[in-house]
Design a protein around this ligand. Structure first.
Ligand code: AOF
Ligand code: ZN
Length: 348
C-alpha cells in the first residue's frame, strides 16, 4: 500500500479536482502491474495498473491481490466503473486504503465487488488519503474547496503596519515555503486592500511549479486594472458587489445581500478547483475565520523581530489541533488544522 501511495503522489500535478489514486498488483510476492491516476478525466489508477500487466501475465489476475489507495469507483462517470473493471478482469482479492468520500461511491464499490464474490479488505488509510487529497475530501464532504489561511507575524503578534506597503516579515526560507504552498493550491485569494498596500504578484517564482489562479475580493470595486496582478499575462478573478469590467480578466458581480466567499467557493468548484490559499490581509482572514466553517488550516511564520505596533495577527480559534511546529531559518513555522474538518475527513 505504501508503494500505491507513492504512485498516487506522482499524479498530483495534472489531476485538478480528481483524487490522487495509486494501484499495485501483486502476484506471489511480485509486482506484476502498477498504475496511477495521471490526468484529469483520464483513466483511473486501477485501469492503468491492469493496462500495465504484460499480456502473458493477465491470467495471473485471478490469483493476484490488487492494492488500491482509494475504494474503486462504482459508477460510470467520465470513465467506466473500476469496481466493474476489476470484476470483469477476474480479480478475486482487493485491498483498499479507505472508503471513497464521494457520496456517489462511499461503500458501493466495495458492495459491488463483494456481491460478485471478490474478497475485499478495507484498511485504515483515511488520514493518509485526506492528507494527499484535502481538496477532494473538502469538495465531497463540505461542498467547498479546502481553505488554508497563511500569514507572517512579528514576535509581538503584528502582521504589518498600515500604510507601510509590503513588509518582509518572514525570512528567505519562509518565503520559499510560501511559494511551494502557492504551487500546491489551485487558487490564491487576497483582499483588495492587500493589492493596494503590497501590490503583490501572487505567483510562484522562488520554486518550480505552476502559479495558482489569482482571486481578489473587492467589495467596493476599487481595482483599476493597473495593479501588478493584472500585468502578468494570467486572468485574474475579481469578486465584487459592484458592476465593472477589466479587459482580459473576469469580474464576478455578487448580489450585495450575499457574502462573497461562498460565491468564490461555488465558482472554484465549477472550474474543477478545490484548494484555496488565502494570503490576507487581516479583514479577509477574519472573514474566513468568522464564517460558518469556512477554513480548514492555518499556516503562519513568527519572526524574531518586534514591530511594537501595527495590524494584529488573526486570533487563533479554539477548534484547532497542532499539526506542525518547526524552526525555518530564523522564523518559527506553525501549522494548525481545524478539528472539525479533520474529524469529518477521517470519520469514514
Ligand atoms: C479518479 N481516479 O484513480 C479513482 C477515482 O469523473 P471520473 O469519472 O473521473 O470519476 C471521478 C471519481 O471516481 C472520483 O470522484 C472518485 O470518487 C472516483 N475514483 N477517481 O479520478 C482514480 N479511483
Ligand atoms: Zn474508478
Amino acid at each position: 500500500m505504501n508503494r500505491a501511495f507513492e504512485l498516487a503522489l506522482l499524479g498530483k500535478p495534472k489531476i485538478r479536482s480528481n483524487p490522487a489514486v495509486g494501484c499495485v498488483i501483486i502476484h506471489n510476492d511480485t509486482i506484476i502491474g502498477e498504475g496511477y491516476h495521471r490526468d484529469f478525466g483520464g483513466p483511473h489508477a486501477e485501469v492503468n495498473a491492469i493496462l500495465s500487466v504484460q499480456s502473458g501475465d493477465m491470467y495471473k489476475l485471478m490469483e493476484a491481490t490488487i492494492y488500491v489507495t482509494l475504494e474503486p469507483c462504482s459508477y460510470i462517470g467520465k470513465t467506466p466503473s473500476c469496481a466493474n473493471h476489476l470484476i470483469e478482469n477476474g480479480v478475486k482479492h482487493v485491498v483498499i486504503g479507505c472508503l471513497d468520500p464521494n457520496p456517489k461511491v462511499r461503500g458501493r464499490g466495495i458492495q459491488m465487488m463483494r456481491e460478485q464474490g471478490v474478497n475485499v479488505e478495507v484498511l485504515r488509510y483515511a488520514q493518509t488519503n485526506a492528507n494527499l487529497n484535502p481538496g477532494f475530501y473538502s469538495s465531497m464532504l463540505h461542498d467547498r474547496p479546502y481553505v488554508t489561511l497563511k500569514w507572517a507575524q512579528s514576535s509581538d503578534g503584528f502582521i504589518g503596519q498600515k500604510g507601510q506597503g509590503s513588509m518582509p516579515i518572514s525570512g528567505q526560507k519562509g518565503r520559499h515555503f510560501t511559494h511551494t504552498w502557492r504551487s500546491e493550491h489551485h487558487a490564491i485569494l487576497v483582499g483588495s486592500n492587500t493589492v493596494f498596500e503590497d501590490n503583490p504578484r501572487l505567483d510562484v517564482r522562488l520554486v518550480e511549479g505552476e502559479s495558482p489562479q489569482v482571486i481578489v475580493l473587492d467589495r467596493r470595486g476599487r481595482l483599476t486594472g493597473n495593479e501588478m496582478i493584472f500585468s502578468l499575462g494570467k486572468e485574474v478573478w475579481i469578486f465584487s458587489y459592484q458592476i465593472k469590467e477589466i479587459e482580459h480578466h473576469r469580474w464576478f458581480t455578487v448580489d450585495p445581500s450575499k457574502p462573497l466567499i461562498p460565491k468564490v467557493f461555488e465558482t472554484m468548484l465549477a472550474h474543477e478547483m478545490n484548494t484555496l490559499f488565502v494570503e490576507g490581509g487581516r479583514q479577509i482572514h477574519q472573514a474566513f475565520l468568522e464564517g460558518p466553517m469556512w477554513w480548514d488550516e492555518l499556516r503562519y511564520f513568527t519572526s524574531r523581530e518586534k514591530l511594537g505596533q501595527g495590524i494584529d495577527a488573526p486570533a487563533i480559534p479554539a477548534d484547532c489541533t497542532p499539526y506542525i511546529r518547526e524552526d525555518i531559518g530564523d522564523d518559527e513555522m506553525v501549522i494548525l488544522r481545524s478539528k472539525q474538518t479533520w474529524q469529518n475527513f477521517i470519520s469514514l
